[in-house]
Ligand binder design. Structure first.
Ligand code: GLY
Length: 454
């Protein structure tokens, strides 16, 4: 009898462990709190609590993403803010954060009831109930179909009259996304006359400072992206096609555990290297081309963004090298100029531009090369490759940014961009991608070594 119970328990644990959204990312199972997509569950709880504390005059409601094609046309990935607040990777979920709910009733997660037919298509799922409660660390779980009725219960007319708002985590009525607008309509049916608030600035505030867990995931995404850069630099050469390189990059991403690209791979050779977001990747690479490889693996939801530029022939021409070196020096000047608690992204941008302007190098109509630096110096990374963040304020400790100067001279068929990812710390910037070769001599040597090995 005892044995039977034990086997039943083991079977049950195995089953829960195999459910969608539970182990999708886990590489190991350390003792301690449950891990959700490789982050500790308490981190998600902390975010919910901080959000409620920041919005004391209302409740937060969120709808997760849906899977409409049963996995046929795309994989399901959770929407960013819903994921950030819950760690839930199950389609069709909702969340209510109700600071007025009292102990044990503040966070309610709504999950679709389990459906054996759907599960035959997309695998075992976790539904509302004790398992979900333990796994996600919320106060209560209910079926998704109860969302509207529960909302109506939580927001009685008196509360609405007193001015209690409903805060949305995505754009509401003004959203270009039909689903967001429909969600507002759905809420209005449950709670007529309620005023809506926007929780996004508060979530953004939280999201831009990464926890140690998030930084570790970004580091992993960066390391995987470095593996892909290593693989491509060994095969770049005249006669290869840009898409071949893309194939190698995707192979390196998946082989090393990435779940997808953080953005479409940019592999631009020759003139294409001068097109900032070129991602057709169809051209045959010619001798003498520069090849911009701007790529980012996504790991457990977090996206790296690393660019390297390679000479197709394996050796920089004198002109290519001087431009490459200027881009690299401008990047280093910007990173070195960073002052903790003071520097803004815009300050670093000006530093890099001034550095290029001061160079004796010229192009076009005798123009200084800052004229050929066409985009911003960098952006925040995180759950999105262009993650939330404030470009006009001092960069906060715990944010992760890119620094990516570039010079693009179409008349000379030369485009060079060098992009690295940096963690902002109290002491300065830490280059998380420092192990991915960037010095011109190293690039030439490693390209030669990579070719020899094939
Ligand atoms: N590296 C791609 C982007 O920043 O959009």
């Amino acid at each position: 009898m005892k044995f039977k119970r034990l086997s039943a328990l083991l079977l049950c644990l195995l089953f829960v462990g195999s459910m969608v959204g539970v182990v999708a990312h886990e590489t190991s199972r350390p003792a301690g709190p449950p891990m959700l997509a490789n982050q500790p569950q308490p981190d998600f709880k902390m975010r919910r609590e901080r959000l409620m504390a920041a919005l004391p005059d209302g409740i937060v409601v969120a709808q997760g993403g849906v899977e409409e094609s049963l996995g046929v046309s795309d994989k399901f990935f959770q929407t960013e803010n819903f994921f950030y607040l819950t760690g839930v990777e199950i389609p069709g979920a909702f969340l209510i954060l109700n600071p007025f709910g009292g102990p044990g009733a503040k966070s309610i997660l709504f999950l679709p009831r389990r459906n054996p037919m759907t599960e035959r298509w997309t695998g075992p799922q976790i539904g509302p109930g004790d398992d979900a409660l333990k796994l996600f660390g919320v106060d209560k779980t209910l079926p998704s179909t109860d969302f509207q009725a529960t909302l109506a219960e939580i927001c009685p007319t008196e509360a609405v009259k007193k001015g209690r708002k409903i805060y949305l985590v995505e754009a509401g009525e003004a959203s270009p996304v039909l689903r967001d607008r429909n969600f507002v309509e759905q809420i209005r049916k449950s709670v007529p006359d309620v005023a809506f608030g926007d929780a996004r600035p508060n979530i953004n505030e939280l999201r831009r400072i990464k926890t140690d867990g998030e930084i570790a995931l970004l580091q992993k995404a960066i390391d995987i992206t470095g593996e892909a850069q290593r693989d491509v630099r060994g095969v770049i050469g005249a006669g290869r096609y840009e898409y071949e390189l893309e194939g190698l990059i995707l192979g390196a991403f998946y082989r090393n555990g990435a779940e997808r690209v953080g953005f479409p791979c940019i592999v631009g050779s020759g003139f294409n290297a001068t097109t900032l977001h070129y991602n057709k990747n169809r051209k045959r690479i010619d001798a003498g081309d520069m090849v911009v490889v701007d790529i980012g693996a996504q790991y457990s939801g977090y996206t790296a963004d690393i660019t390297r530029t390679y000479p197709a022939s394996g050796k920089f021409t004198a002109r290519q090298r001087e431009i490459y070196q200027l881009v690299l020096d401008a990047q280093e000047a910007a990173a070195k100029s960073f002052k903790p608690g003071v520097s803004k992204m815009s300050d670093l941008n000006f530093t890099a531009r001034d550095f290029m302007k001061a160079s004796p190098l010229r192009a076009g109509n005798n123009l200084t090369l800052d004229n050929f630096f066409l985009h911003g110096l960098g952006h925040f990374i995180g759950l999105n490759v262009h993650d939330v963040g404030d470009y006009g304020s001092p960069l906060p400790v715990g944010s992760v940014i890119t620094i990516e100067p570039g010079i693009y001279i179409p008349e000379e068929n030369i485009g060079v961009r060098i992009e690295d990812d940096y963690l902002v710390t109290e002491k300065g910037l830490v280059k998380l991608s420092r192990n991915i070769a960037f010095l011109p001599d190293d690039i030439e040597r490693l390209m030669a070594e990579g070719k020899k090995g094939r």
